[in-house]
Design a protein around this ligand. Structure first.
Ligand code: 4AD
Ligand code: MG
Length: 434
């Protein structure tokens, strides 16, 4: 068995008799006509069952099928100006694959998010979730295409790691045979730095894990991150790569999904049209001034959290790149600015409309002695970083890269309140099922 025709391709079959396989999404009736809304994964189509065109048994059945009945429908494809897809199916025959064992818990009414998350395996069938997952698919493909077209090589980073990359407070520890313990990766960056010395321009793309104890709309404990790393690149070059990357991904998603973003997700797509490089660049110090002018009690050295990001980003109509943060608040591997060693050569890209940080990255420390001192200063276990120090012992070069979170980008592109809807099965502090 293999379906040959899908709703997405229905226009090619105007006037022809076709067989579609799917699920009943909704139905209504007006005496001699039953209207079945069929969903086949590629789209929705209205199937019109006219009393005179089908057997009496089929006509009776069509009026009694519950939502999510799986069924096969045969009929003629007719043009219909009132249909959102421009076509409907004039049904000749229908057969039921399986009736639901009980009433579908997500009927056509409003449900609370807690219930929907509990029913995530079924919630995915809604039109809204289908659109979000398709946008995610396009974002992932655009990410791969961008790096492929720019001469990057994919280098997969390990998921079990011996040490912390992004601070010790968000590590997931797992038992690891006789070696004691391992951690689920927080970032593939350190491995990409090795990759860049071998292949020049590399990236990894996979799941990353953070034991985030904060319940915010931007945090998951398992999320997907793409991390490019480039040899002979400084912070400036890195920021140019960031803005070209974000522009490409957003414009690709907009070109492909602009209509469904607007019609199904009610996204104001005009806000995404501006997302084209170059992006404004401001220093952390300037960001603090923006905050202070907005009446925020922020002082130099304070962290820019989610609320502060929203205020800073709202001053711009496209993503803003904030660079040169206080070195003290940044990870051990950042290179300090030679012109002002108080600040690190790092940059965060803040999305507009309250979506906050979608990218974090920067230039890495390439001096052996300075990096050794930073590892000691952060009280990190030196042995676990010997291999990383080797990258500075053998032909060290300036290099830079970044990490972009897929879920935050998708949430922003789709205009979603919370990242939990951007990943098929979200993992958060209080959620591990379904
Ligand atoms: O800023 P972060 O922590 O940077 C790094 O991990 C670097 N090692 C990346 C690099 O330079 N190669 O995380 C990068 C991005 C964030 O900007 C955000 O988009 C996403 O990863 N992110 C999360 N997304 C969802 N849930 C979380 N808990 C996230 N933590 C980070
Ligand atoms: Mg960050």
């Amino acid at each position: 068995m293999r379906p040959t025709i899908y709703v997405a391709d229905i226009a090619k079959h105007e006037g022809q008799e076709v067989t579609l396989h799917g699920w009943l999404h909704n139905r209504r009736s007006s005496g001699k006509l039953h209207f079945l809304q069929l969903r086949d994964g590629t789209g929705f189509i209205q199937c019109v069952v006219f009393k005179g065109n089908v057997s009496p048994e089929a006509f009776h059945e069509a009026d009694h099928l519950p939502q999510e009945t799986s069924l096969t429908v045969t009929g003629t494809v007719k043009k219909d100006a009132r249909s959102p897809i421009g076509y409907e199916l004039d049904v000749k025959d229908l057969s039921v694959q399986a009736r639901p064992a009980r009433e579908f818990p997500l009927g056509h009414k409003e449900h609370g998010v807690a219930f929907l998350m509990e029913q995530r395996h079924l919630w995915l069938r809604s039109q809204r979730q289908q659109v979000i997952l398709r946008v995610r698919h396009t974002v992932v493909k655009a990410i791969r295409d961008f790096f492929d077209q720019n001469g990057f090589t994919l280098v997969d980073a390990p998921i079990f790691t011996p040490s912390a990359c992004e601070g010790t407070s968000t590590l997931f520890e797992v038992p690891y045979f006789d070696l004691g313990k391992a951690y689920l990766t927080q970032s593939g960056q350190l491995y990409m730095e090795a990759g860049a010395t071998a292949l020049g321009k590399v990236y990894c793309f996979g799941p990353t894990f953070r034991a985030e104890k904060s319940k915010t709309r931007r945090h998951l404990t398992e999320f997907w991150m793409v991390e490019p790393e480039v040899a002979y690149m400084d912070l400036d070059g890195d920021m140019t790569l960031m803005e070209e990357f974000v522009s490409y991904v957003v414009q690709t998603a907009l070109a492909k999904h602009g209509r469904e973003l607007a019609s199904v997700l009610e996204r104001d797509v005009s806000k995404l049209e501006n997302v084209k490089a170059p992006f404004p660049r401001i220093t952390y110090t300037e960001a603090v001034e923006v905050l202070q002018k907005a009446g925020h009690p922020m002082k130099w050295g304070d962290d820019i959290g989610g609320d502060e990001e929203t205020i800073v980003a709202s001053a711009f109509d496209r993503p803003v790149m904030v660079h040169r943060y206080p070195a003290e608040m940044k990870a051990f591997y950042f290179k300090k600015d030679p012109d002002d060693p108080k600040v690190a050569l790092g940059c965060d890209v803040l999305a507009p409309e309250g979506y906050g940080e979608i990218i974090g990255g920067g230039q890495r420390e390439d001096d052996l002695a300075v990096l050794e001192a930073a590892i000691a200063h952060h009280q990190l276990p030196r042995e676990a970083f010997e291999w990383y120090l080797d990258l500075r012992r053998y032909g060290t070069v300036p290099h830079a890269g970044f990490g972009a979170g897929v879920e935050r980008m998708v949430a922003w592109i789709c205009g979603l309140h919370h990242v939990r809807e951007t990943i098929p099965f979200a993992r958060m502090m209080e959620r591990i099922t379904p």
